[in-house]
Design a binder for this molecule. Structure first.
Ligand code: PRP
Length: 215
């Protein structure tokens, strides 16, 4: 456990979000030059002057690192936060990577949704799909977990609909699919370990305040 460490440790989700997050942090004077080196295989980066550490992890692992206190702070998509359902504080909407979680499929699948039929739902987000269909819509469905290219599922007949992220909508359009229902809005969020929030409250609150002013 790292709660007592003098460092403030950040877990950032790998990919597009990480570089935008680093830019945002730079805007409030938090620097980590080394981490931007795409060719580096180094896993953790330290800023000794500012007593900060940064590491990149797979998105779905970020809430796990934060819950166990291996990182004090995490930056990750709301989709991942909902899917992983970990005990962390969500403290700030960074307004980056805005998109929506939607039920999508062929226009014709709209009827199946309306009549609460037993349908097959393919998704990378089984927890979100289950929560939506079972609890919010009270509809029993068959959820099929996939790991990517979810739009393929209705096209090849694996499922009736999908639950997936829609950003520009071009993946749907290019494949003849449409948004049938909207589940929720998504964007990058900052999450904080519950113990760190108390033990390092001064540093963390200052950081949140400064970021808020930039948003
Ligand atoms: C995501 C998402 C959609 C697409 C939506 O996939 O799962 O497929 O982006 O973006 P759009 O509305 O702008 O077209 P991603 O590219 O991350 O890869 P994946 O399909 O392998 O998950």
């Amino acid at each position: 456990m790292e709660h007592t460490s003098e460092y403030l440790t950040f877990a950032l989700g790998k990919g597009r979000l990480a570089s935008k997050t680093l830019e945002l942090l730079e805007g409030i004077g938090i620097m980590c030059e080394e981490i931007k080196d795409k060719d580096s295989r180094k896993l953790i980066f330290v800023n000794e002057e500012q007593k900060m550490r940064f590491f990149l992890a797979k998105g779905p692992d970020v809430p796990t690192y934060v819950e166990y206190g291996a990182a004090d702070i995490g930056v990750v998509g709301k989709d991942t936060i909902l899917e992983e359902d970990r005990r962390n504080y969500e403290v700030l909407d960074l307004k980056l990577g805005k998109c929506r979680m939607c039920v999508c499929g062929y226009e014709s699948a709209g009827e199946l949704l309306k009549h609460h039929e037993m349908i097959r739902v393919a998704t990378k987000y089984p927890h979100i799909a289950k929560e939506y269909f079972y609890n919010r819509k009270q509809q029993t469905v068959d959820i099929i977990k996939l790991n990517g290219s979810i739009e393929l599922a209705p096209i090849v007949g694996l499922s009736d609909v999908i639950v997936d992220i829609v950003e520009t909508g071009s993946t749907l359009r290019e494949n003849g699919l449409v948004v049938l229902e909207e589940i929720c809005d998504l964007s990058a969020r900052m999450i904080v370990n519950q113990v760190s929030m108390r033990m390092k409250s001064e540093r963390i609150n200052k950081l949140i305040k400064e970021l808020k002013e930039k948003l």
